[in-house]
Design a protein. Structure first.
Lengths: 538, 358
């Protein structure tokens, strides 16, 4: 183990009793590219936060286990200390100052200075910048990356790919850089830019720098890495040499069989051939969840799952159709074209929406359960109202009666219908959200992340409820979720969204590997450049 | 035994909830008020005068404080631009004087003239608030200041000829217009006025306040009112429910401005004078302070907050002044004390503006 540059030994971390990493053993050798892969929430970021001594770790009671660099035990108190010890990170989102030149960005806070009369009196902070040597240093760093751009160019206006390189140049300019972490470096790059970057990463490794390469693109990992470590649910599943494995195996290991939620099936379901919702080239401008041209048909009576990794656009679909984010494209619902961007019209046409943002969009936390349940039906459907002069007032009795019925039907555990929604547990809050959507009598229901932050018992209840609605009311349901296991448990088919587009559609009993490959967008090898993506970030 | 424990817990929880419901600032100001009352008693100030004054001042300021409720509920924050509504009310009031009306006719005409004006101006102000989302409070404050400055010119140039409100020489309106002249002073206060011992109860004034408070309470139970509050509490929620938040914010500010206009007319008749020029400049602050002390936050306000707040704030002011006068007798300190106390309360209330719901 003498050639190990960096070692994690038995690392465990829990946040407030919630274990997020358990017994991780992981090492990076000199000159090695070690890929780290795992679904969202698998623990990749936590591991990196531990390495960098981020406040989020130190402020929550630290971690268990040891981190060793060159065989010596270290424990960074802040990212600054990590930086001085020779660890660098290339961020997914660029941390560059647009109005500064490349040199200035590379040298920021590490400027080379010469003393002058003023600084002799007032201290080091007022020394003159030695632009010549700074430029020379920047040139050296850029040359290492084979980047022939002038070092005095302003960062603003550079193509996205070049900005990424400036970011890398800044890291390698730091003297004594030993370990460099790349966090999804190609996520915002076009295909050709990504190729350049991967080549640069290889060159850096050849100079003896240890590289941790975090990515969910399997093809990239296969082509660039020496070894790969797969994390799943805070546990290390396997570390493999790339030459001994392949994309299919990595994908299967990444997904794995989670705590299985039994698949319930019944013969009372009625799926007709009639298409209730048809999407053509749907684009949604939801920040962080961009949808870039989805085509999808949904049949009446179906339960369709939408899966995919975070940030790939799966959440944007429902939000775009329901009008909470700007959208364009052709959407036909029940034979009638929909006007996008109008939540009221969407709901009036018979659609219901349970938002993924339960506390933000889903509930009025400081209002009563009954108002939360009745609110939308009252405002959009004009239910629960009494005429009183020029105004229409809420019908307290009607609301109470309906709320009590919903509380009973959905088994919402609460003290009374006037209890504030914010004081309920996550699962019961979710049921209130579902109850509100149901109060509008929808024929079609979008449910996004229905079990996020809910304990396992409550998860089952919510899923059973959705299945029951589908069975008994014939309600068409589109469920968006990051948890593949729950999609597999009730959906008829699962649409995997990757990079804002439909990557493919799988039956719920497809193999783990198929899901894994599709979620990482490595099926059929994509070659097309997508200029629109760089436009989004540029 | 277990039952007893249960009761004990319930009691403890109930008292905690009560404190949580009322809010610490409210309790602090209330305690401070009681202390000044006790001090007042010891320096020999007539309690019945203090109580009468408190009732009167609470009644005359009540509707101005009420104007805060729609603005806060809609999410634009306390209406620091209350002077906009106030000048609309004053304009209605002086126009009614110019029409040579007196008594109840004068009062009702003032309302009738001020209302459409305030509605129109409030609409524009609401549009402005939508254009400056995120910095409503600052912009509102300076909008109020600007309107007052603009109206200083208007009061001078307005071509009204009625000698009851003109300067003795030159053109324009006087700074202070006596409402005796139109039979309007205390016209509401004196309606069904009665006394309990030495305490004077201005029934008409209180009834007017109660009537408008009831209207506002009712409004926020209507479909529209609920939609407006939802937009204020959680804009994302309201948007997802298909509500037009911007339109609701404009509507709420129209209602707020109208209440400001009505409020100043009620205030003026009780005071006995209509004050023009720079008098409305600072009037938003006591109103904002009162509702905050009553337990409202920058995003949540109820009619009960108005009632509690205006009684506490005006009660403290009316009590603290004579007490300060007695204690600092023979000096000029009393006016300074008034400034310190009033602005101190306002400052304290404003520090509570962001306080979340417990």
């Amino acid at each position: 183990m003498s050639d190990s540059l960096l070692q994690f030994r038995n690392i465990s971390k829990s946040y407030y009793g919630n274990s997020v990493l358990a017994n991780i053993n992981f090492d990076v050798r000199k000159g090695e590219i070690h890929a780290l892969i795992g679904e969202n929430g698998a623990g990749k970021s936590t591991l990196m936060n531990i390495l960098f001594g981020m406040p989020v770790i130190t402020g929550t009671g630290g971690y268990e286990g040891d981190v060793l660099i060159d065989g010596e035990k270290i424990s960074f108190k802040s990212p600054h200390e990590a930086m001085y010890a020779g660890i660098g990170m290339v961020h997914q989102e660029f941390m560059l100052i647009p109005g500064y030149s490349i040199t200035e960005n590379i040298k920021i806070n590490r400027e080379i200075t010469t003393p002058n009369p003023v600084s002799r009196i007032f201290g080091k902070r007022l020394e003159t910048l030695d632009m010549a040597s700074m430029n020379a240093d920047a040139r050296k760093a850029l040359d290492k990356l084979d980047m022939n751009i002038e070092e005095f160019t302003q960062v603003a206006g550079l193509p996205v790919g070049h900005m990424q390189f400036v970011e890398i140049a800044r890291e390698i300019d730091k003297t004594g850089i030993k370990i460099l972490v790349f966090d999804e470096p190609t996520a915002v790059l076009t295909e050709s830019e990504a190729q350049n970057l991967l080549a640069a990463v290889k060159r850096l490794a050849a100079k003896g720098i240890g590289i941790i390469f975090i990515s969910h693109r399997l093809d990239e990992i296969i082509s660039v890495a020496d070894r790969v470590t797969i994390l799943r649910d805070g546990e290390l599943v396997a570390t493999k040499d790339i030459k001994d494995t392949n994309a299919v195996e990595i994908a299967a290991l990444m997904i794995g069989r989670k705590v299985a939620i039994d698949r319930v099936q019944s013969d009372r379901r009625r799926i007709s051939d009639e298409i209730i919702l048809s999407l053509k080239d749907l684009h949604v401008g939801m920040p962080g969840e961009m949808v870039r041209g989805i085509d999808l048909d949904i049949r009446k009576g179906e339960i369709v799952g939408i899966g995919g990794l975070a940030g790939q656009g799966k959440l944007g679909i429902a939000n775009g159709i329901m009008g909470t984010y700007p959208a364009r494209g052709d959407v036909v619902f029940n034979g009638k074209p929909m006007i996008l961007g109008d939540p009221r019209a969407a709901m009036a046409s018979g659609m219901g929406f349970v938002s993924e943002d339960r506390k933000g969009v889903g509930l009025l936390l400081n209002e009563s359960i009954e108002l939360n349940i009745a609110f939308t039906a009252m405002q959009v459907g004009n239910k629960f109202l009494k005429q009183g002069g020029p105004f229409r007032f809420q019908d307290d009795d009607g609301i109470r009666k309906h709320a009590l019925k919903m509380i009973k039907d959905l088994d919402i555990r609460c003290e009374s219908p006037v209890q504030h929604a914010g004081s309920l547990s996550g699962g019961n809050q979710q049921k209130v959200c579902v109850a509100r959507a149901l109060t509008q009598d929808p024929v079609f229901l979008f449910v996004s992340e229905p079990t996020r932050g809910i304990d396992i018992g409550a998860k089952k209840l919510i899923l059973d409820l959705l299945l029951k609605l589908n069975e008994e009311e014939g309600m068409t349901i589109v469920m968006t979720s990051s948890e593949l296991a729950e999609l597999r448990s009730i959906c008829d088919r699962i649409v995997i969204v990757c990079e804002g587009k439909v990557e493919g559609v799988l039956p719920p009993d497809a193999s783990d590997a198929e899901f894994g490959l599709m979620m990482s967008g490595s099926r059929g090898g994509k070659t097309e450049d997508s200029p629109e993506r760089s436009a989004d970030h540029g | 035994m277990a039952e007893m424990n249960g009761n004990g817990n319930n009691l403890a929880r109930a008292s905690r909830n009560l404190l949580g419901d009322i809010g610490l600032p409210t309790v602090i100001i209330a305690v401070f008020w009681v202390l000044t009352l006790v001090a007042g008693h010891f320096v020999g100030i007539s309690m019945s005068t203090l109580v009468s004054d408190t009732i009167k001042r609470a009644g005359m300021n009540g509707i101005l404080v009420l104007a805060m409720v729609p603005a806060i509920q809609s999410g634009t924050g306390p209406n620091f631009a209350l002077p906009i509504g106030i000048v609309c009310g004053l304009l209605g009031l002086v126009t009614a004087i110019e029409m040579d009306l007196t008594g109840m006719t004068w009062l009702l005409t003032s309302f009738a003239l001020a209302l459409p004006l305030a509605a129109a101006v409030g609409y524009g102000y609401g549009k402005l608030m939508n254009a400056v989302k995120g910095s409503e409070m600052t912009i509102a404050t300076y909008t109020g200041f600007s309107i007052v400055a603009l109206m200083c010119l208007a009061w001078l140039m307005i071509p009204f000829r009625n000698p009851k409100m003109g300067w003795f020489i030159g053109k324009g309106l006087r700074e202070t217009i006596q409402l005796d002249a139109v039979g309007g002073a205390q016209i509401l206060n004196n309606f069904l006025l009665f006394t309990v011992g030495d305490v004077i109860v201005p029934t008409g004034l209180l009834l007017t306040f109660a009537f408008f408070a009831f209207l506002v309470w009712l409004f926020f139970r209507s479909k529209l009112g609920i939609a407006i509050s939802a937009g204020g509490i959680n804009p994302k929620f309201a948007q997802a429910a298909g509500l037009n938040i911007d339109r609701n914010r404009v509507l709420a500010n129209v209602v707020s401005t109208i209440l400001g206009a009505i409020g100043i007319i009620v205030y003026s008749q009780s005071y006995g004078y209509a004050q023009l020029y720079t008098a409305p400049l600072m009037m938003a602050f006591p109103a904002v302070a009162a509702i905050l002390i009553g337990g409202a936050t920058a995003s949540r306000a109820k009619v009960s907050h108005v009632v509690i707040g205006v009684v506490l704030f005006q009660g403290l002011l009316t009590t603290a002044l004579p007490v300060a006068n007695e204690i600092f007798v023979g000096t000029d300190l009393s006016e300074i004390m008034r400034m310190i106390i009033q602005n101190g309360i306002i400052l304290y209330a404003l520090t509570q503006v962001k306080r979340g719901v417990q």
